[in-house]
Structure formats: C-alpha cells, structure tokens
Design a protein around this ligand. Structure first.
Ligand code: SF4
Ligand code: SF4
Length: 185
C-alpha cells in the first residue's frame, strides 16, 4: 500500500469516526500543533540555516514514504481539512523508487504546502546540527505525536493502521528530512 492509498484510508477513517472520536483527535492534534509552534520558536537559528544556507536541501532529496506516517496524515487532515484536494493531487506524483523533491513543495520548489506548525513529525524533528538547545521542544513534540499514534492504534481501526505501517515501511528513526520554511523564495 502506497502513501496515496494510506491517505485515502486516513480520510475514510476520519469521515467514519463518531463526533466524540473527532473531538478527541482534535485535542490530540491541537497539542501537536502547539508543540510544533514551540519548536519553531526555539529552533529559529537552525531553521534559518536550512532556509538560507541550504534552501531546503533536505526537502529536495527524500523518499516520502519513509517520512510521512499514517499518524502524520491524520494530524495533517484534522488540522488542514481544506488542503485535502491539494494533498491528494500531490500524492499522485510520488515517485516510487528514487529520492526526489518532496511532492509537497509548492511548484516543486517551495515553500512547503503545509503550515509551519502542521508538518509531519520527521520534518520538524530531524536536524543536522546541535539539537541541544531545542531538546525539550523536540521531546515534547515527539511525545505529542506518540499520544496520537497510540490513540490511533487503540481504535477499532487499529488493524488498518497496523497495515499502513507495515505496507508503507514507516519507520521512526534514521532518515534525515527537512523543512522548507520560507514563505517565498
Ligand atoms: S537539516 Fe538539511 S536543510 Fe537543514 S541545514 Fe541540515 S542539510 Fe541543510
Ligand atoms: S517540510 Fe514539507 S516539503 Fe519538506 S519534506 Fe516535509 S512535507 Fe515535504
């Protein structure tokens, strides 16, 4: 199952979820968003290096399916429902074998399609520089994603999500990715 299929399933999962479940997801996703905002504030020097020195180098050399998880998809869908069609269109362009510019770079160059505080976990938690100044914020963000992940795995659709994880080869460690944070080039 590719990321485009995972996206379809994530959308179906949300559309079939009861209002109480949606409310719970909104709370969990709001925590992630706040954690991303904290991290963005604290990581300004590191992000500036990505933006001005590398101009989003890491966003231009990725294997998308190794970066974005089902949990990320749910988070992004809950927080940016209005982007659904753009995301679906972008996912139809995912190359299957080689690293390539991220399909979520607007016009293939940037900025990232997603708001700065609604990024996939790995896009905001992997730096090539000294992370000690942002250790607390990184830990808080990983915990916030962890809560959403555990919640999703505990739902009645847990088999579906387990399937996503296996089929898409979603890992949590290792790959370096980056965020392309400029508003314009
Ligand atoms: S994380 Fe990637 S984009 Fe950022 S400074 Fe390092 S190599 Fe450049
Ligand atoms: S920050 Fe955005 S453009 Fe960069 S890899 Fe992540 S999703 Fe793609």
């Amino acid at each position: 199952m590719g990321l485009d299929s995972a996206f379809v399933h994530a959308r179906a999962f949300l559309s079939k979820s009861a209002p109480t479940e949606i409310e719970r997801l909104k709370i969990l996703c709001r925590r992630i968003r706040l954690a991303e905002q904290d991290l963005n504030r604290q990581a300004v020097p590191l992000l500036a290096r990505c933006q001005f020195t590398c101009q989003g180098l890491c966003c231009r050399n990725i294997l998308l399916e190794e970066i974005i998880t089902p949990c990320d998809l749910v988070f992004i869908l809950v927080e940016t429902a209005g982007l659904q069609d753009l995301i679906a269109a972008a996912l139809r362009r995912v190359p299957t074998l080689y690293s390539a510019p991220c399909v979520f770079l607007s016009d293939g160059q940037g900025p990232c399609l997603f708001p700065a505080d609604v990024r996939p976990e790995k896009c905001l938690t992997t730096f090539c520089a000294d992370e000690r100044p942002i250790r607390t914020e990184l830990r808080n963000l990983r915990r916030a994603f962890g809560r959403l992940n555990r919640h999703l795995l505990g739902q009645r659709t847990r088999l579906l999500f387990a399937l996503f994880s296996r089929c898409c080869g979603f890992g949590r460690n290792g790959e370096r990715t980056m965020r392309w944070t400029t508003k314009s080039r």
